[in-house]
Design a protein around this ligand. Structure first.
Ligand code: HEC
Length: 144
């Protein structure tokens, strides 16, 4: 019984952490709708740019932490560079993304939101547990 309580407690912590992220998610979504959705859909099929969900998944493969991924993405949105693209094929297929003149703060918020799109595809409360599962699953695939 005691163990169950501990598990329930941890679960609440994970889930409240993701509720905390909810504010970023809502703001990020608003920034996305205003500035990005003309070119980017969230899930396939693509509009005139790669959909966000697969891009977020690439970021999760390439960067170990959210901070690294968000830093790279925010910098990319400001000055896109085909040598820095996480998916060089996307640049060939869609052309290079135009630089966005958004305030740095908004670039960061929207980048955090994009990063989180990958976790949320795993369902659950999207806390650190979800991310761990995602990584394990992918590792298994790669080792085959
Ligand atoms: C005018 C169309 C257009 C708009 C607006 C646009 N994008 Fe893009 N974006 C693209 C295209 C085309 C690519 C693929 C080529 C590339 O990577 O440069 C891309 C690539 C990306 C990538 C991959 C970057 C990487 O590291 O390889 C991310 C992340 C991204 N966009 C996020 C956003 C976000 C977030 C916004 C809004 C704040 C946005 N884009 C607005 C066209 C657009």
């Amino acid at each position: 019984m005691k163990r169950l309580l501990i598990i329930a407690g941890l679960w609440t912590i994970f889930c409240s952490a993701s509720t905390f992220a909810e504010t970023t998610r809502t703001d990020g979504k608003a920034i996305f709708d205003r500035n990005c959705s003309v070119c980017h859909s969230i899930t396939p099929p693509p509009k005139s740019a790669p959909p966000m969900m697969p891009l977020a998944s690439r970021y999760h493969q390439k960067f170990k932490t959210k901070a690294e991924g968000v830093n790279h993405m925010a910098a990319y949105l400001k000055t896109p560079d085909k040598n820095k693209a996480v998916d060089p094929q996307a640049v060939e297929r869609f052309g290079l993304m135009p630089a966005l003149s958004l305030p740095d703060k908004e670039l960061r918020i929207v980048s955090e939101w994009v990063w989180d799109q990958y976790n949320s595809s795993f369902g659950g409360c999207g806390g650190p547990g979800g991310q761990g599962q995602g990584r394990g699953w992918r590792k298994g695939q790669l080792n085959k």
